[in-house]
Design a protein around this ligand. Structure first.
Ligand code: XMP
Length: 319
């Protein structure tokens, strides 16, 4: 793509002009936006960039290993894998209110990020994968598909607190352009096409109190569901798909005995920008097969429902 090729050169030059010989730190989430921003900035300034991947213990099955592994394998950029799951899950214990969860996660994220920034001797710039829609809609809804420390976690203040300036090389781009730029920069297709994942992660897919046991069950169920979607060739038609584990246990029968396990809800929507969404019209065969697989393969779940709410009036996430 010659347009993106030219854009890439221009963007690299602009980053060099802005940063000079300063140090840049970037929060890498594994999402498309922060990944493309990181790779582009790395191309521009190399070792002056350090990335921090904060694992809050609310990622999906094998996700942290995949993200960190991909970056270590394909790109030689300095990357800190910060496993802070004990901290986050500890502070979330007993918390069930959705906005309180978000506030706790956002606040801790800033603290953790600041800790690692200090550890590398500070930085002059904070890199963020802010997109054009984030710039124009930054106050209009709770988060968005892209990942920035400010809007994503609804917490400002880090750049001020640490006396850093922002580097936002994707500020003029829309999502599809970021994907094109990512391809231009050699990010694997599997990565570029990934569904958006919210900053608070599985915390908002586990309505009510979060426990490690529930998170483990949720991760397994979600992995089976996504595997089904991929096997049926539906992944790219869907904007976002995930499982939510419900805060209710129900009675079931298995073999000779009764079970008393969690119910879960499958969610899948189509959307252009996440602002409005329609539920995805799976076939009954697909839904039945998926329910059977989840119940057979995931101990702890004995009932599967499908969420057929569109947005509005529903939100995409359950919290
Ligand atoms: P809702 O649930 O509001 O989601 O319809 C719209 C889009 O935003 C994502 N989302 C979030 N992203 N922090 C984020 O970074 C959040 O707190 C948050 N809440 C929702 C959601 O995954 C969907 O893509």
């Amino acid at each position: 793509d010659w347009t993106m090729d030219a854009y890439r050169d221009e963007a690299v030059q602009r980053i060099r002009d802005q940063v000079g010989d300063g140090k840049v730190i970037c929060a890498l989430s594994g999402g498309v936006d922060s990944s493309v921003a990181a790779v582009l900035i790395h191309e521009a300034i190399g070792e002056q960039l350090t990335c921090v991947y904060v694992d809050h213990g609310l990622m999906r099955k094998a996700e942290s290993e995949q993200v960190v592994g991909m970056f270590r394998e394909h790109y030689n950029l300095p990357l800190i894998h910060a496993d802070e799951s004990e901290l986050f899950l500890g502070k979330l214990e007993g918390v069930s209110d959705p906005e309180t969860k978000r506030k706790i996660i956002g606040g801790l994220f800033i603290d953790v990020f600041e800790k690692y920034a200090k550890q590398i001797g500070g930085a002059d710039f904070l890199a963020q994968g802010t997109l054009y829609p984030d710039v124009i809609e930054s106050v209009s809804f709770s988060g968005g598909p892209s990942v920035t420390i400010k809007s994503h976690h609804n917490v400002g203040g880090l750049p001020e607190r640490m006396n850093m300036q922002l580097v936002e090389p994707l500020r003029e781009l829309f999502k599809d352009e970021v994907r094109a730029l990512g391809r231009e920069l050699g990010l694997p297709d599997s990565f570029i096409g990934r569904h958006p994942f919210p900053g608070p992660g599985l915390a908002i897919r586990c309505p009510g109190e979060i426990t490690r046991a529930k998170l483990d069950i949720l991760r397994e169920a979600d992995a089976v569901y996504i595997d089904q979607i991929r096997k049926h060739g539906l992944y790219d038609e869907i904007w976002q798909a995930f499982v939510a584990i419900l805060p209710v246990r129900t009675v079931g029968v298995m073999g000779d005995g009764r079970t008393y396990d969690f119910a879960c809800a499958l969610r899948a929507v189509t959307s252009v920008d996440g602002m409005t969404a329609d539920y995805y019209p799976f076939t009954h065969e697909f839904l039945g097969e998926t329910a059977t697989r989840i119940i057979n393969e995931v101990p702890g779940i004995n009932r599967v429902t499908y969420d057929i709410t569109s947005k509005p009036p529903g939100t995409i996430e359950w919290e």
